[in-house]
Design a protein around this ligand. Structure first.
Ligand code: PNS
Length: 162
C-alpha cells in the first residue's frame, strides 16, 4: 500500500492543484493532502479554512484525506507512513526550487521519494497568488478554482479593504 503526501500552502486550492490530486489518487493507494501552517507567512485563509475548502473539493474522492501540518514535512510524512512526496510541476521554472526541496527532504529522509507530476497544460499558468490578485480586484475566478473557493474569495474581499 503506497501512501503519498501532497504538501502545499493551498492559500487557496486552485483547479491546478485539484487536477494533480485527481490524477495522483488514481496512481497511489492513499493520498494525504497536507496543508502547511507556516508561522512565517500570513495567509489569506486560515489553515482550517484552507483544509475545509480542499475537503469540499475532494468530497467524491474516497482515498484522499486532508490534514494540517506544521514543522518539517518529512517528520509529518513519516508519522503518517508516507513513502512518497508528490509535487506538481507547472513549468521548467519550477524545477530548480522543487529540486532543492526534494534533495533537502531526501537528505533528511532517504526512505521517502519525491515524485513530480506535470500540471495539465490548461493550468500551467495558474497559481494561488494569481487567483487572489484577480479576486482582490473584483475579477472573475470561475473555472480557476472550485466553486466553494470562488464563493469564499468573494466573501473575503467584499468584507476587507483592498
Ligand atoms: O505550496 P508551497 O508554498 O509551494 O509549498 C511549500 C512546501 C509546503 C512544500 C514547503 O514549504 C514545505 O514542505 N514546508 C515545510 C517545512 C519543511 O519541511 N522544510 C524543509 C524542506 S524545504
Amino acid at each position: 500500500m503506497i501512501v503519498a503526501i501532497y504538501p502545499g500552502s493551498f492559500d487557496p486550492i486552485t483547479n491546478g492543484h485539484l487536477d494533480i490530486i485527481d490524477r495522483a489518487r488514481r496512481i497511489f493507494d492513499h493520498l494525504i493532502v497536507a496543508v502547511l501552517q507556516n508561522p512565517n507567512k500570513v495567509p489569506l485563509f486560515s489553515a482550517e479554512e484552507r483544509k475545509r475548502m480542499i475537503e469540499e473539493a475532494v468530497a467524491d474522492f474516497p482515498n484522499v484525506e486532508v490534514e494540517v501540518f506544521d514543522g518539517l514535512l518529512v517528520h509529518f510524512a513519516r508519522s503518517r507512513g508516507c513513502r512518497v512526496i508528490l509535487r506538481g510541476l507547472r513549468a521548467i521554472s519550477d524545477y530548480e526550487y522543487e529540486t532543492q526541496i526534494a534533495l533537502t527532504n531526501r537528505k533528511m529522509a532517504p526512505e521517502i521519494e519525491t515524485v513530480f507530476l506535470p500540471t495539465s497544460t490548461e493550468y500551467s499558468y495558474l497559481n494561488s497568488t494569481v487567483v487572489k490578485e484577480i479576486a482582490r480586484f473584483g475579477g472573475c475566478v470561475r473555472g480557476l478554482v472550485p466553486p466553494g473557493v470562488e464563493r469564499r474569495l468573494r466573501e473575503k474581499f467584499s468584507s476587507v479593504s483592498r
